[in-house]
Design a protein around this ligand. Structure first.
Ligand SMILES: CC(C)(COP(=O)(O)OP(=O)(O)OC[C@H]1O[C@@H](n2cnc3c(N)ncnc32)[C@H](O)[C@@H]1OP(=O)(O)O)[C@@H](O)C(=O)NCCC(=O)NCCS
Length: 177
């Protein structure tokens, strides 16, 4: 199986409200794909998520993309960025997920690199943050290799009453480095 580190085989496309993307959301809505301890969402929540993902771009608050491989007719993951507030400042937050049978081939790294390029072009927020769980080696490796700076650990409450220990990684979108 190929390695996609150079990104040539990996494409990102903005989410749309169609059956392929709804199917992808259901495939991402399983315990092994969910980082938070909240568990899978209900059908109604998944459908709302589909509308939210497809609508982010039109609000000018970021963009959610599905991940495609040149040789596949269905999307195999998701990556995107959205506006958030962190420690009192407006930032972009970024997140990603690749279906289990496609993991560890460089796909999330390539897709996230493409997402970062899109966010840079917006010239809206200087900093992009990622908050992977401290126990997520793949996501922490992605942050490290794409040039994010480790800012420290933090706690996230989601869902209410459940706390997750996360790493705060920050990327300067205005830096040429
Ligand atoms: C985290 C996740 C997106 C990684 O996707 P992926 O396509 O496998 O990532 P890549 O192949 O680009 O790997 C990036 C780096 O992480 C490493 N890596 C990936 N999965 C790993 C694992 N399970 N254990 C250790 N290292 C791992 C790779 O070796 C690579 O490092 P390298 O370039 O130094 O060799 C994927 O495992 C996933 O979707 N997990 C479930 C959802 C999730 O955790 N989302 C993240 C929320 S922040």
């Amino acid at each position: 199986m190929g390695n996609y580190t150079e990104g040539s085989q990996v494409q990102i496309r903005p989410w749309s409200e169609d059956h392929l993307h709804l199917e992808l959301l259901y495939r991402l809505n399983v315990p092994e794909m969910l980082e938070h301890p909240g568990g899978p969402e209900s059908d109604e929540q998944v459908e709302k998520r589909l509308m939210r993902y497809a609508g982010v771009q039109s609000l000018g608050n970021g963009c959610m993309y599905s991940i495609w491989l040149a040789e596949h007719t269905v999307p195999i993951g998701s990556a995107g960025y959205w506006e958030s507030v962190w420690q009192g400042s407006a930032i972009y937050e970024v997140g990603w997920g690749v279906l289990p049978s496609f993991q560890q081939r460089g796909i999330a790294s390539a897709a996230t690199a493409a997402v970062i390029e899109q966010a840079k072009q917006q010239k809206k927020h200087r900093y992009m943050h990622a908050f992977p769980s401290v126990d997520n080696p793949g996501s922490n490796a992605i942050c490290r290799k794409l040039g994010f700076t480790f800012m420290g650990e933090c706690d996230f409450e989601y869902p209410k009453g459940s706390f997750m220990r996360c790493n705060d990684w920050r990327l300067d979108l205005e830096s040429d480095a």
